[in-house]
Write a protein that binds this ligand. Sequence first.
Ligand code: SAM
Ligand code: SF4
Length: 474
Amino acid sequence: MAYKMDRTLSNGAFDFIDAQKIESLLSSTKEDKVRYRELFAKSLEKNPLSLEETAALLSIKSEEGRQELFQAARDLKKIVYGNRIVLFAPLYIGNLCINDCAYCGFKKSLKTTIRKTLSREEIIQEVTALEDEGQKRLILVFGESPLYSPEFIANCVRTVYSVHSKNGSIRRVNINAAPLDVAGYKTIKAEGIGTYQIFQETYHRPSYAKYHPANTVKGDFLWRLDGLDRAFEGGIDDLGIGALIGLYDWRFEVMGLVSHAIHLKDRFGVGPHTISFPRIQPANGLEELDLPYRCGDEDFKQLVATLRLAVPYTGMIMTARENPAVRNEVIHFGVSQIDAGTHLEIGGYSEKNDGQNLEREQFQVGDTRGLDEAARWLMKEGFIPSFCTSCYRSGRTGEHFMEFAIPGFIKKFCTPNALLTLAEFLQDYASEETKAQGNILIQKELDGIEEGPWKEKIKERLKKISEGERDLRL
Ligand code: SAM
Ligand code: SF4
């Protein structure tokens, strides 16, 4: 049945993006070595930066300053997140859409896009294929349509969690869908979702109006900006923000993202769990689009490093929109999650087709490596590929998301849990080459853990995994 949205905003909703202040800070702040070094130190102490301070980092233009910024971001990543990178995959459920976002291959005016919504059976097929690759975390992605009601989305989540192929299971389902009303969020929350992601696309109102026609639901800037506030009112305290980089000046978008993070923290006591910074990719029908603010690779590096330092506690997601060369470099600047083995064609995971067909997907993927290859790449770069879902399943979200607040938490819990999930992956899904590399990595990480009862516990769990037990966590 078609869904009729209640268009009431959250209690006390307002436009918290102060564009005038952002523009004025960006134009008046000049690069200052003493100041940015102080700010690196502040951030390395895990203190979030204010808008003024973020503008000071964004004013860095010299090569010396940029290199120091990159190094500070690398250091912070190590201190806050250790060497784990969490892996997930997007699963596109349907591309019907009532909106007409100029940059998107799903926009309603595009007649050449092949429209499809997965049936329950097709979702099961897709999830089976994903589990058979070793995936444990999914993000379900939807166009905006009255058919994709909260009940429909909730049913999809239930179906995904019900699939168990061999040793596989999906242990965390995140959502990227249109902003909903409060009742809608409650319905979805009841199915046990992880993060609810909404990208503002651009925080710059005139650019927002340029790419999102006013006569569409998405054309309403405040409805979207307030989307995660309503999610919080609906009981979802695990929120993901993002901006589609390339619609306006990337420095303005960084300030917008930081404003959004500060707003959520001030209003609810909980900042966003993740920040995404997708860059616009080629898409069906995009050839004629006017995009004067495209962000090049060098600026993109600076964007990611600046965000890392401005919001030290927030997870950062870099998607497979980026090509392997960019991912290789940027992953060191504070990224904590990536998707891998990604297929965007609706129904693409069970088809096992390596090519891309833009008429069936939202945009072009830049990194088409499979999960096994991506895991090997991460290990080569010094990271532990992690499939851990422990915090969320132990109820550590929102205010209770203690991962970073408790001294030593990462060392004690996150790294061992990453190793346990990696060991499962190696045993059930990895190629011989990946397995060999992974076993060496696990041993090396174990060697670095202090002798004692805790280490014995980790070793005992690894042994149980080798004997066939699954889903062991600390
Ligand atoms: N339809 C919902 C919405 O717009 O919020 C759900 C998400 S949409 C399917 C996922 C995200 O993909 C959008 O929020 C946008 O940031 C991004 N996207 C759209 N077109 C893109 C393109 N050409 N290149 C890269 N990312 C794109
Ligand atoms: Fe629809 Fe989302 Fe694409 Fe906009 S970005 S056209 S809302 S699917």
